[in-house]
Design a protein around this ligand. Structure first.
Ligand code: NAP
Length: 298
């Protein structure tokens, strides 16, 4: 039987540890860790993600500060808010909830976040340190995937790993983290020729294309590990029901693989947990406390 890489369960276990870490350090710090989330506009999925982050923070004892800005806000005003939060001593982590409306310069905003507070790991300084394999804030989804693999002692070193997708959010940082851990990594994208053949050589196949059910069993080597990053809400033909699926046609793939991540309950919960880890890591650093979280930071 294939092994389910249960992100929900692992998140709960890590959250327990995080809660204890905060409790044991709060006497020294005299304040809880603080996370600021900036949301612009009314994208409904972003609303759900921000709510989930807020709830996760309150479960472990992080204070969250939500800034929900109107779509009509000016780029300059968002930049001013970022600068204010950069200087705010109660804020250890800050993120811009993506996507934001097209009229904003997203990269310019992200590059103004203090790298030490950049809990999404998207600032160019943190990406540069990842390229150099130096310690820095790491982006949450890739870091969550590494922890899922490690939790079941799935070896990365020496393995052939194929990543489908080259986005700044997932594919690129993930490929770099795996490379830093001595995997032999192939990064693929929408212009890759013969994707099926390349994927079939993978010991670990990671699908982050954002295309529902793109990967069926014909892409997968027997005994491989498959990680499904995609998340899609599909509506039934009569529009009466919706269900979540990933980039992988799981029922077709599961019988062939050694291990897989479910959707939902695989990569998704780990992304939120890594945001908590990064925020607490930054808080510990701010107070010169020795970090208990280094093992979770790839
Ligand atoms: P993205 O920015 O749209 O990037 C998608 C990448 O996949 C691009 O590099 C694209 O290639 C490539 N691609 C698209 N179609 C392909 C195909 N048919 N064959 C091979 N490559 C293909 O998406 P993203 O932000 O990386 O997110 C990917 C998926 O993960 C989405 O479903 C998103 O919702 C999900 N996600 C989940 C979590 C989580 O916590 N579970 C977190 C983040 C994202 P090009 O570069 O050539 O266009």
């Amino acid at each position: 039987m294939s092994l389910k890489l249960d992100g929900k369960q692992l998140s709960l276990e890590i959250e327990e540890k995080l809660k204890k870490d905060i409790e044991s350090y709060i006497n020294t710090s005299k304040r809880p860790p603080g996370l600021a989330v900036i949301r612009i506009g009314e994208d409904p999925a972003s609303g759900v993600y921000v709510k989930n982050k807020e709830k996760a923070c309150s479960r472990v004892g992080i204070k969250s500060f939500i800034f929900h800005l109107k779509e009509t806000v000016k780029q300059k005003e968002v930049e001013q808010l970022i600068h204010k939060l950069n200087l705010d001593n109660d804020i250890d982590g800050m993120l811009l909830q993506l996507p934001i409306p097209k009229n904003f310069d997203e990269q310019k905003l992200i590059s103004q976040i203090n790298p030490d507070k950049d809990v999404d790991g998207l600032n160019e300084l943190n990406i540069g340190k990842l390229v150099k394999n130096e310690p820095a804030m790491r982006s949450c989804t890739p870091a969550g995937i590494i922890n899922l693999l490690r939790s079941q002692n799935i070896k990365i070193e020496g393995k052939k790993i194929v990543v489908i997708g080259r986005s700044l959010l997932v594919g690129k940082p993930l490929s770099l983290m795996l490379l830093n851990l001595n995997g032999t990594v192939t990064m693929t994208h929408s212009k890759t020729i013969n994707l099926n053949k390349i994927c079939k050589e993978a010991d670990i196949l990671i699908a982050a294309a954002g295309k529902p059910n793109l990967i069926d069993s014909s892409f997968v080597k027997k005994g491989a590990v498959i990680i499904d990053v995609g998340i899609h809400r599909l509506t039934s033909s009569d529009k009466s029901k919706t269900r979540l699926c990933g980039d992988v046609l799981l029922e077709d793939v599961i019988p062939k693989v050694f291990a897989y991540t479910p959707v939902p309950g695989g990569v998704g919960p780990m992304t939120v947990t890594m945001l908590l880890v990064n925020t607490i890591f930054s808080w510990q650093k701010q107070f010169g406390l020795s970090s208990t979280l280094k093992d979770l930071l790839p």
